[in-house]
Design a protein around this ligand. Structure first.
Ligand code: SF4
Ligand code: SF4
Length: 381
């Protein structure tokens, strides 16, 4: 058995899937969110399906052009374009943070244009969660207040009763198990003879955020067995770590891997960064959920935390025996652009090969990218 054409992995190739349709047919709600600083456990505890918004496979942005300047992150522009074409009309609520200014602007645009479309009979509720920009005790207090407020808003808007501790506990258990399964799968990438490719892990991770978590956990257990019993992948490929902006399409990871490499590790928010750390089941459960989300390995939107990210990267490079690091950012993504520039200098000082590239959110300039990536592999000893 292999993962080729596996039903679960294929879920990642489209925006909707049969599990989601079944959920909706049973009159249950799907809540969409952009950023991993929104704690999914809260949605699950309330009985909803959290759906991480992505634009996989969408390659049009003419409609987005009307409302959003082209010097905006291509990922956000694609999601706007898709939203304007009805791609997310299945969502029963929208949750946005100030993760970056580009994604933040989507809050108004959903309100001003997406939900004003004639196809929308009833405007779904929208929620805004403010995130601190640094990690310290004051920041946590603020974040915790925001999460408490979010819980109240969900109760007022949807459940009409309190989300109680037993529901939170159940959600934490299922999410801890989910992350643990993903970590187990992830670790099979970092072996001397990896068992799966980076593209396959990305597919698993994207599918995981698009289906109910009980189903995801069953599927992850099944997939784990398939991977454990599969043949080792060739070990004479360059071992790459992929870092930077959101990657929601395997076209890009396949380009990296098809040129003679394997992505054995990553630092992406559809990747390792989001599966680290679990929620403590003792004490104040809501506070524990907020603690994990706020204090776990950060992304570049958190200022003053670069050193922690850099140290983590170095440990991962050693653990996964990485030959070279590809730092990539979607055009106009300032957060990852600045972080990648810093990392490029730091890795160079240590003699760790790295390639820093800008790219479109969907693959366009394939030949240019391929040439640069292949030249990078030749340079790696
Ligand atoms: S990179 Fe950071 S800010 Fe952007 S979506 Fe991921 S977690 Fe949120
Ligand atoms: S890729 Fe960069 S600019 Fe785009 S949504 Fe993520 S953090 Fe924001």
């Amino acid at each position: 058995m292999s993962l080729t054409n596996d039903k679960f992995l294929n879920i990642s190739n489209s925006i909707k899937n049969s599990y989601l349709d079944e959920w909706k047919n049973n009159k249950k709600k799907v809540l969409g969110y952009y950023c991993t600083y929104i704690p999914e456990e809260l949605f699950y505890a309330a009985g909803f399906l959290p759906y991480r918004i992505r634009a996989t496979g969408h390659e049009l942005d003419e409609l987005a052009d009307i409302y959003m300047v082209r010097f905006t992150c291509g990922f956000v522009r694609l999601t706007l374009d898709l939203a304007l074409r009805g791609g997310y009309d299945f969502l029963d609520g929208l949750f946005i943070t100030n993760c970056c200014d580009h994604a933040r602007r989507m809050y108004e645009l959903y309100d001003l244009v997406v939900f004003k479309r004639k196809e929308i009979k009833q405007k779904p509720p929208q929620f805004y969660v403010a995130l601190p920009h640094v990690i310290n005790e004051d920041g946590f207090e603020w974040y915790l207040d925001e999460i408490k407020l979010l819980k109240e808003q969900i109760e007022q808007e949807y459940t009409l009763k309190e989300i109680d501790n037993s529901q939170l506990k159940e959600a934490i258990k299922i999410y801890n198990e989910n992350r643990s399964l993903l970590r187990e799968i992830y670790n099979l990438r970092t072996l001397d003879n990896p068992k799966l490719t980076g593209s396959e892990f990305l597919q698993i991770s994207m599918a995981n955020t698009s289906v109910p978590k009980e189903i995801a956990n069953n599927e992850l257990r099944r997939i784990l067995e398939i991977i454990k019993n599969s043949k080792d992948l060739s070990n004479n490929r360059k071992r790459i770590m992929l870092v930077g902006s959101v990657v929601d399409n395997i076209n890009f990871t396949k380009l990296v891997e098809d040129s003679g490499a394997i992505i054995v590790s990553d630092f992406l928010c559809f990747g390792e960064r989001n599966i680290l750390d679990d929620v403590d089941l003792n004490g104040d459960l809501l506070e524990n959920i907020a603690k994990r989300t706020y204090y776990r390995m950060s992304c570049p939107r958190m200022m003053d935390d670069h050193k922690k990210r850099y140290d983590f990267l170095l440990k991962e490079i050693e653990r996964a025996k990485v030959d070279g690091v590809i730092l990539q950012r979607i055009n106009n993504c300032d957060l990852h652009g600045c972080e990648n520039m810093l990392l490029e200098h730091e890795l160079k000082d240590l003699g760790i090969p790295s390639l820093n590239i800008d790219r479109e959110a969907f693959l366009t300039d394939t030949t240019r990218l391929q040439t640069r990536i292949e030249a990078f592999y030749e340079m790696i000893k």
